[in-house]
Write a protein that binds this ligand. Structure first.
Ligand code: ZN
Length: 139
């Protein structure tokens, strides 16, 4: 039996017309996107007022309440990628491939608002390599 891949004439010969007209960007949008310099934004660093920190804490507490309302038990634990501890599952936030406990998520969100961190991986790395105090918030 002849497979589709082996059938002669299945693929059209490669034409260079696309390259000459610049339409390669249309064919591969990712290519044109990659042409832009990768911008890791470093917004202006700012300090947060107590009210602003409280607002972040209140917003993040909603995730805890929502998880509890959806049946996550208060004694369930998950491993936090940032503080590397078993932490309450209620209120855990998944950022990309990082799972942050609610406390770390508050620090991360406050750090973003302060302009001292932009990516979750940067926050996790800082926590792992001794720069966690950089993100400490007043009680
Ligand atoms: Zn944590």
């Amino acid at each position: 039996m002849v497979t589709q891949e082996a059938a002669p004439g299945r693929f059209a010969p490669m034409s260079s017309a696309g390259y000459e007209t610049g339409s390669i960007s249309n064919l591969l949008p990712a290519l044109s996107a990659r042409r832009q310099p990768v911008e890791i934004s470093t917004p202006l660093e700012r300090s947060l007022t107590e009210t602003q920190i409280d607002a972040i804490r209140s917003a993040m507490k909603l995730f805890v309440e929502d998880d509890l309302a959806r049946g996550v038990t208060s004694f369930s634990r998950v491993f936090c990628d940032a503080c590397e501890q078993a932490r309450p599952a209620a209120g855990v936030i998944q950022y990309d491939r990082y799972c942050l406990c609610n406390r770390c998520a508050i620090e991360y969100e406050a750090g973003r608002a302060r302009g001292i961190v932009s990516l979750p991986g940067q926050y996790v790395r800082d926590k792992h390599f001794g720069d966690g105090d950089f993100y400490l918030l007043p009680d």
